[in-house]
Design a protein around this ligand. Structure first.
Ligand SMILES: [Zn+2]
Length: 136
């Protein structure tokens, strides 16, 4: 945790609640109070109905692999010990598509539609990253 050398998230006013949730290992998303749409990335306005009336919900942390790619080259020096590693879009049960990593299995075992659940990497005092692993 002390020598974490990868890029850190850029937090803004909209995403602050998401990252605060991650720190306590909760996946928090905005839910539109008017149409019920659960959105990601966080934003001031619902992209479907333009409502500003929003509440935060905690997602189950379960979903499935929507798509993925295996990185064999480290495009940032912080990732050089990780290759090959999996970057995936996970479709959560609640709907949001999250760009993340698949861990806990070999890269060549990852499949589209594979059921996954969230697992947390505590990277610094301020940040925990949601990653996903296969549900066994
Ligand atoms: Zn809406």
């Amino acid at each position: 945790m002390v020598d974490y050398n990868k890029p850190l998230p850029n937090v803004n006013q909209d995403s602050k609640e998401f990252w605060t949730g991650c720190k306590v290992h909760e996946l928090r998303f905005q839910k539109c109070k008017d149409c019920g749409h659960i959105r990601w990335p966080a934003s001031m306005i619902c992209p479907l109905c333009y409502s500003r009336d929003t509440q935060w919900i905690v997602a189950s942390g379960k979903g499935k692999v929507y798509t993925f790619v295996v990185y064999h080259v480290a495009y940032h020096p912080g990732f050089k010990d990780d290759v090959p590693y999996v970057v995936a879009v996970v479709e959560l049960e609640e709907g949001p598509h999250l760009l993340t990593n698949i861990v806990g299995c070999k890269p060549d075992e990852v499949r589209c539609d594979m059921p996954v659940e969230v697992t947390w990497e505590d990277i610094t005092e301020e940040f925990s990253l949601p990653q996903f692993r296969p549900i066994s």
